[in-house]
Design a protein around this ligand. Structure first.
Ligand code: G6P
Length: 608
């Protein structure tokens, strides 16, 4: 986690760095700091807590003169979120300041070695070893020094460095943590994510693992581990600044919920040509596809639940067995995966450590990996054999919404694309499903239109001790994500249960007025879920049912109802999740929670 920024130019650096850090705060928000160089002298300011505190003590950066600097926002791993542990860290001679995103795995050994050599440590972080190594190896050539230092490191890093002996310059290095160079006019930048750059420039260079960078106001040199310059193509960011701003909404989460019809359209439209789904990015032949014996979907958090929701369509339409496995489990399970397995990896950020590790494990076993990812140029996108971007635009709220729906949408489209290639879907069925795919944005909008009713329901449920989400099959998959949304941002205890499993334990927890949110959008098994509704009602539960208006039996049993647009269960998850996202949002709002930055969480989990 953590976000880093760097600036070199002809204007005051600190306000630019603070502006960038605010955009990266979703990556970590327990402490922050800046280091600025002015006339060859480094000054550092650090705070525990939010970037707002850093703005306050530096008067929005105005008390820190200098045109070169680096900044950091932290999600603590090694050491508590105190001022001492906040970055930047300074070398003992005051010559170097560094910011770091990642984990240095061999820091204990390095710390012992450096302590023996007389360096003293001011923090408990793994990062601090890097700055002392810089001091130890520096003999006047920063490029060589940086290479020497990273050769001593094991782990992951996006590193930003300034050195008092190198006026006008910022240095960076990347290994397994995101880092992007921004190219400006008379100024250049680096940041962990393009969102921190777009207010200054749209021209960027995505750094690769093993790359180093030396930036001045008018030059950018990327070099490799032998100090040789490497040619890199620049890319243009094609979304505008407003995409990463709240735009009048109280929270990014609400804005992103509301953006889902457009986001799903951005996912689907470019891949629909003449009534057919075409993934140009998947260069896989029908023969290769026919050789696939199973598909394994792996991911973390909501991305994993997106996999759970999409697997039904994938299995049903392709006829290929589909397994879902949490990336954190798969990576250590010595899975039965070989060259006849297609692994689908899902990740909004493309930087989740467990997901990347699982993906590497699967590739090592000979499987081809298809990645469904939102962030362009991210590690997952780079490592995959086939990369399908969701094109959801920047997602800032820690709790994902449009990230999830666009991931599920890609799985639906892949199901049809593969089924057609394999000749396992009739023309009539294909056309029927195609109509449903093109109508998804409209149906999502209809689900969003329930917002006023959901707002009222949140007032009823927000004081609950615990909420249970039940459903079967595709409805169960949605229940998992609905419950996760609720706990992530409202801190209420929320559990999802396969409705049929209730009687094997959880029903013991149902008391008078316990809310049970029953998902009943799968017509084939609605009757079965109805019997579970009756069981929990008999024990005093308050039931909120999501179903169709014509479902008379459920209408008479449930206490509250939310009516869903009429859709076939095969593609219903992306619509059904909307009222649950809204419910979590409004419950959290009622309870005064910090919705975009929930406690203890971070959006991009780059640690194991
Ligand atoms: C974190 C986020 C979740 C996300 C998960 C996986 O826990 O808070 O919203 O689903 O990471 O992230 P990814 O970027 O791989 O989708």
């Amino acid at each position: 986690m953590c976000g880093i920024v760097g600036f070199t130019g002809l204007r005051h650096a600190a306000p630019v760095l603070l502006d960038g850090l605010k955009k990266l705060e979703y990556r970590g928000y327990d402490s922050a700091g800046l280091a600025v160089m002015n006339d060859g002298v480094l000054s550092v300011k650090k705070v525990s807590g939010r970037i707002a505190n850093l703005c306050e003590i530096t008067k929005d950066g105005n008390t820190m003169p200098g045109e070169v600097g680096i900044g950091h926002t932290r999600w603590a791993t090694h050491g508590a979120p105190t001022e001492e542990n906040a970055h930047p860290h300074l070398s003992n001679d005051g010559k170097f300041a560094i910011v770091h995103n990642g984990i240095i795995e061999n820091y204990i050994k390095l710390r012992e070695e450096l302590t023996e050599r007389g360096y003293h440590f001011d923090s408990e972080t793994d990062t601090e070893v890097i700055v002392h190594l810089l001091e130890m190896y520096y003999k006047g050539d920063m490029r060589k020094t940086l290479i020497k230092v990273v050769n001593r490191l094991k782990g992951s890093y996006a590193l930003g460095v300034i050195c008092a002996d190198e006026p006008g310059k910022i240095f960076a290095a990347r290994e397994a943590s995101p880092l992007i160079i921004g190219l400006g006019l008379d100024e250049n930048y680096f940041a962990s994510d393009v969102t921190a750059l777009v207010s200054n420039t749209r021209n960027v260079i995505y750094m690769d693992d093993g790359d180093f960078a030396e930036l001045t106001s008018d030059s950018v040199v990327i070099f490799d581990g032998t100090a040789r310059p490497v040619e890199k193509k620049s890319s243009r960011i094609n979304w505008d600044v407003q995409a990463a701003e709240k735009g009048g909404f109280d929270h990014f989460m609400l804005k992103e919920i509301m953006e889902q019809p457009a986001a799903v359209k951005a996912t689907t439209a470019p891949r629909i040509r003449k009534g057919r789904i075409d993934f140009e990015e998947i260069d896989i032949s029908a023969a290769e596809l026919a050789g696939i014996r199973k598909i394994v979907i792996t991911a973390c958090g909501s991305a994993y639940y997106a996999g759970c929701a999409g697997r039904y369509a994938l299995e049903k339409l392709t006829g290929i067995p589909v397994e879902t496995e949490l990336a954190s489990e798969l990576r250590y399970s010595d899975p039965l995966i070989d060259e006849h397995t297609l692994v689908i990896v899902i990740s909004q950020s493309g930087e989740t450590a467990d997901t990347i590790a699982a993906m590497k494990e699967c590739r090592a076993k000979g499987a081809k990996v298809l990645a469904i990812v939102n962030v362009v140029g991210s590690t997952v996108a780079k490592l995959a054999d086939y990369t399908v971007y969701t094109w959801a635009g920047p997602e800032i709220a820690v709790a994902t919404t449009k990230g999830y729906t666009t991931q599920v949408t890609v799985l639906y489209m892949l199901s049809m694309f593969f089924a057609e290639k394999l000749g396992r879907i009739s023309g009539k069925e294909y056309d029927r499903l195609m109509v449903m795919i093109t109508r998804l944005p409209r149906h999502i909008q209809q689900a969003i239109d329930m917002n006023p009713r959901v707002t009222e329901l949140a007032k009823k449920y927000h004081k609950s001790k615990a909420l249970f989400f039940i459903g079967r099959n595709t409805d169960y998959a949605v229940a998992l994500e609905g419950a996760l949304k609720m706990k992530e941002i409202s801190y209420l205890h929320a559990e999802a249960y396969a409705a049929g499993e209730l009687k094997h334990g959880t029903i013991a927890l149902i008391e008078e007025h316990t809310p049970v949110i029953a998902l009943c959008c799968n017509r084939k098994i609605m009757e079965k879920t109805l019997s579970n509704i009756v069981e929990v009602k008999a024990r005093g539960a308050e039931v909120l049912a999501l179903t169709f208006r014509d479902n008379q039996k459920i209408l008479s049993e449930a206490d509250d109802l939310l009516f869903m647009p009429k859709v076939d269960e095969i593609f219903s998850a992306v619509i059904e999740i909307l009222p649950l996202q809204l419910l979590a949002y409004h419950v959290a709002k009622e309870n005064g929670c910090d919705i975009d930055k929930p406690k203890n969480l971070a959006k991009s989990v780059t640690v194991e």
